[in-house]
Ligand binder design. Structure first.
Ligand code: KG4
Ligand code: ZN
Length: 346
């Protein structure tokens, strides 16, 4: 039995978790900074770093306490070292290094995106958490769709991801956040739009869908975002943007926008699966919480014999469970880091 303590601080969540043998979650503690960034409509790096500094020790204590463990019962420390906001990453990384040094524990640097993908496999053992099914799912296709990323990868191994296509501009989550801002909805925009969209008609407004040329895989969401803006201005690009309370049929706009994003994500994922002959699709990242995406991707997958796996919503958004989970696989493979481990934005 191996207990890994995971630490995550790459963006606006300070998180710690204890995971047994790469899949059994003993605790997961998260402090979200969403409320602090809400007034700015997006993450302010300077505020994020300072908040991580205040929260990291209480979050760590909580993760250990709720697993009823002491630090000396932990076998290894896994920490997000890349990619992310460097000032934020450094808080988790310095804490992990200090603990590893003081307690003479193995230190494992984890790639945040690889961990998001790994999260989609962690709950697949069903009622038998001792079964490690993760490797059996590879090779797989992975769609990572969050506030900072929208990419498709061929996953050959947990740390061997080949990018098949990515976004030319905004990430899907970023588009949700920006359109929510236009509609006067609360930050983060994804959950707000998804909630309002339930009352709207996804066919009410026909927003454009970007499609790359034949044989290519890719995304683009900035044109869609601009179309929403022009739609709100009544088709006149130079007209003022109406105040949120003056927007008619906000729910229809939300539902139609969401449908356009989901269409693109589903279409490109199926295309990539077909092109690469992959039979499993792992969907990860904050936007993977989206109920409409989960429903449409699952049913489109069923139609073409593609097994589609999503993590539970709690493990789609940033968390430390995924860091401890992938950390365990690296630990088992002997892929340890030393105290020279550095943070990187890429
Ligand atoms: O993975 P994540 O927590 O952080 C990043 O690494 O970016 O993803 C956050 C993003 C935000 O843009 C948020 O609006 C989006 O995920 N999101 C959603 C939903 N829940 C969160 N987007 C669409 N529908 C949701 N239900
Ligand atoms: Zn993330």
């Amino acid at each position: 039995m191996t207990l890994v303590l995971g630490i995550e601080s790459s963006c606006d969540e300070t998180a710690a978790a204890v995971v047994r043998d790469g899949r059994e979650v003993l605790s997961s503690s998260i402090h979200s900074q969403a409320a602090q960034h809400a007034v700015y409509g997006g993450v302010v790096p300077e505020l994020a770093g300072r908040s991580h500094l205040r929260q990291i020790l209480p979050v760590l204590d909580e993760a250990l306490a709720s697993a009823s463990l002491e630090l000396d019962q932990i076998d290894a420390i896994a920490v997000t070292s890349r990619p992310g906001l460097v000032g934020s990453l450094l808080v988790g990384l310095s804490t992990a290094k200090a603990l590893a040094f003081a307690r003479n524990l193995p230190l494992i640097g984890v790639h945040h995106i690889q961990a998001h993908v790994y999260a989609a496999t962690m709950e697949q053992a069903g009622s038998d958490p001792s079964r490690d099914v993760s490797k059996a799912l590879l090779p797989a296709l992975a769609l990572v769709v969050s506030g900072g990323h929208t990419s498709l990868y061929e996953v050959r191994d947990w740390t061997d991801l080949v990018e098949l296509g990515t976004t030319l501009d905004d990430a899907a989550g970023e588009a949700f956040d920006k359109v929510a801002w236009l509609l006067g909805l609360e930050y983060p925009g994804g959950p707000s739009i998804s909630k309002l969209a339930r009352e709207g008609n996804p066919k009410a407004v026909s927003f454009p869908r970007y499609s790359p040329s034949k044989g290519q895989i890719g995304f683009s969401f900035s044109g869609l975002k601009t179309s929403v803006l022009y739609h709100l201005r009544g088709g006149d690009a130079l007209a003022p943007t109406p105040a949120p309370e003056d927007i008619e049929n906000r729910a229809d706009v939300a539902a139609s926008f969401q449908e356009a994003v989901v269409d693109a994500l589903v279409k490109q994922s199926l295309r990539a699966a077909r092109m690469r002959g992959l039979e499993t699709l792992l969907v990860a990242g904050g936007v993977a919480c989206n109920a409409r995406l989960r429903e449409r991707m699952t049913s489109a997958g069923e139609d073409m014999g593609l097994r589609v796996l999503f993590p539970s919503p709690a493990y789609c958004t940033d968390n430390a469970v995924m860091i401890a989970g992938l950390g365990y696989q690296l630990f088992r493979a002997g892929r340890l880091d030393d105290l020279q481990l550095d943070a990187s934005p890429r």
